[in-house]
Design a binder for this molecule. Structure first.
Ligand SMILES: [Zn+2]
Length: 309
C-alpha cells in the first residue's frame, strides 16, 4: 500500500506567501474533507495558569478537520478524514486516557487513527504514545533519533537534555521517517518539517484544512528552546546548531495561518482556540521562530562567557 510519498522540500514550501483557498495546492485540496456531523463538544473548562503536563481539558475544534485533543499544557492533535485519522503527539503516559477520551468526545473512534506522528522524543510529548498505539493499533513515524528513543523509552546523548529527561513507556511499532516526506492517510496530506535543535530527532508538521471555501494552512512546529543538562554545550555541536538555525529559518518562512504549539503556553493556544484571542495570525510562525532565534543566540553567548550550561 502506498503510504508515504516522497516530495522535495521545495515542493513542501510551494505555498509560501499565498493565502486563502485560491492558494490551495493539490495536497491542500485533498485535505478539504468536511468535518464530521456536528458533535456537541464539552464546554471548555478553564485550566490553571500553572497546569501540569497531564492535567486534562476537553477537546477543542481547531479548524476544518483538525481537533485539539491534548491537555491543559501539552499539544496533541487529531487530523481527521473519512478514510482514517492522524494523531500528532500524545503528551505524557498519565495523559493518555484523557487524549483517548477527548478523541471519542470529539466524535471519533480510536480504531480509526491510522498513523501516529510525533514532535520530539521527550516524555511530555511522547509518554502517551505507547498507550495510544495499543488503543488504535497505529504505527508511529519518527526521525532516526526520535525513533531510537521511542523504542528505548528514553533519548540518548544526542539529546541536549539527556541527563535530566524522564523515561517513558517504550513504543513497539516505530517506522522510520525520512526528512521531507509527506505523510498520507486517505485524502490527508501532512508535510514533514525537520525540526532539529531542541532535540536531535524533532519534527514539525504542516497541513491545510478547509471549511467550505475557506482554507487555512496549519503549522505545528516542534519545541525550539535551546536548553540542556549540565553537560551538553551547543558550541561543541556545530552541526546541530547549524541544523537548529535551518529549522528556525524554515519555520519562519512557512505559509502559516494558524500556529499550533507543543506547549499550550507558548502561543496562548487554548485562549486562541476558545475565541478569546485571534486564532489566525499570518505572522505567528515568523514571530515564533524569531523568539527562538533570540533564545539560541543568548544560549550560545552564555556558553561563550561561561554562564551555561
Ligand atoms: Zn522537550
Amino acid at each position: 500500500m502506498h503510504l508515504l510519498r516522497r516530495v522535495s522540500w521545495v515542493a513542501g514550501l510551494a505555498g509560501i506567501g499565498l493565502v486563502g483557498c485560491d492558494a490551495a495546492t493539490t495536497s491542500a485540496q485533498a485535505n478539504a474533507v468536511p468535518p464530521p456531523s456536528a458533535v456537541q463538544l464539552p464546554a471548555p473548562t478553564p485550566c490553571a495558569e500553572d497546569a501540569g503536563w497531564s492535567d486534562p481539558t476537553p477537546p477543542r475544534h481547531v479548524f476544518g478537520n483538525t481537533w485539539f485533543v491534548g491537555t491543559c499544557s501539552i499539544g496533541a492533535f487529531l487530523i481527521t478524514s473519512p478514510e482514517g485519522h492522524v494523531l500528532i503527539d500524545a503528551a505524557t503516559m498519565e495523559a493518555a486516557p484523557s487524549i483517548a477520551a477527548n478523541t471519542r468526545a470529539a466524535g471519533f473512534r480510536l480504531e480509526d487513527i491510522k498513523k501516529i506522528l510525533v514532535t520530539h522524543e521527550h516524555n511530555d510529548h511522547v509518554g502517551g504514545v505507547a498507550a495510544l498505539q495499543t488503543l488504535s493499533g497505529a504505527p508511529v513515524f519518527a526521525r532516526p533519533a526520535a525513533a531510537d528513543a521511542l523504542k528505548a523509552g528514553i533519548s540518548d546523548r544526542r539529546d541536549p537534555q539527556f541527563e535530566v529527561v524522564d523515561r517513558f513507556p517504550p513504543v513497539a511499532n516505530v517506522q522510520p521517517l525520512v526528512d521531507g516526506l509527506v505523510v498520507e492517510v486517505g485524502p490527508l496530506r501532512i508535510d514533514h518539517l525537520p525540526n532539529t535543535g531542541h532535540t536531535a530527532g524533532g519534527s514539525g508538521w504542516a497541513w491545510t484544512s478547509c471549511e467550505g471555501e475557506t482554507c487555512r494552512r496549519i503549522v505545528y512546529p516542534d519545541s525550539v528552546s535551546a536548553i540542556s543538562d549540565k553537560t551538553y554545550r551547543y558550541l561543541d555541536h556545530p552541526d546541530h546548531v547549524a541544523a537548529f538555525r535551518q529549522t528556525l529559518a524554515t519555520i519562519a518562512t512557512q505559509r502559516c495561518d494558524i500556529l499550533l504549539t507543543t506547549h499550550v503556553q507558548s502561543s496562548d493556544m487554548l485562549a486562541r482556540l476558545d475565541g478569546h484571542k485571534p486564532l489566525v495570525d499570518a505572522d505567528a510562525c515568523r514571530a515564533y521562530a524569531a523568539n527562538a532565534l533570540t533564545g539560541l543566540e543568548k544560549r550560545l553567548a552564555d556558553e561563550k562567557n561561561g554562564a551555561a550550561p
